[in-house]
Design a protein around this ligand. Structure first.
Ligand SMILES: [Zn+2]
Length: 152
């Protein structure tokens, strides 16, 4: 695959100690381009798109914020808790703008499974189709996300 210099510059921003002390790529050995392609394929193979997924995450986050740190039950089966951990983080794709570091935790009360994300995860999924590298603490497996939120 021909290397895109812009993606290479972004990949550099994602390494530990640049924007975030832990970085965004975990111990993933794939290039950023490969990570984006693989996760994009996973999502489109289920007839979904990043926009739809991110919009639902945002909607759940907004409803969860109404609990001010306490769990909020959404659609009778998703328990959403938004914890403000203070501080902001920049997008590694070199966008202007800062994203709050709040932690969102969603439990599917039917299955007991849970998934977590931050405001930056939502932005990166929506705008860049990026779910982070495998082994990154904020990596979101698209299949887990789709299953726990019961997206169709
Ligand atoms: Zn961005």
């Amino acid at each position: 695959m021909k290397k895109d210099p812009r993606l290479e510059a972004v990949e550099k921003q994602m390494r530990p100690g640049e924007i975030s002390s832990i970085g965004f790529l975990g111990n993933d050995e794939r290039s950023l381009a490969e990570i984006l392609l693989d996760d994009g394929h996973t999502v489109t193979s289920l007839y979904l798109d990043h926009q739809t997924i991110a919009n639902r995450m945002q909607e759940l986050t907004d409803k969860g914020r109404e609990g001010f740190g306490n769990p909020v039950l959404v659609d009778d089966f998703l328990e959403v808790t938004v914890e403000d951990s203070r501080g902001t983080i920049a997008c590694p794709f070199m966008h202007m703008g800062m994203y709050p570091k709040e932690n969102v935790r969603v439990v599917n009360k039917k299955t007991g499974e849970e998934i977590r994300w931050t405001a930056l995860n939502i932005h990166m999924i929506k705008e860049h189709g990026f779910y982070e590298g495998k082994g990154s603490p904020f990596r979101i497996e698209p299949l887990d996300l789709i299953r726990v939120l019961e997206l169709t």
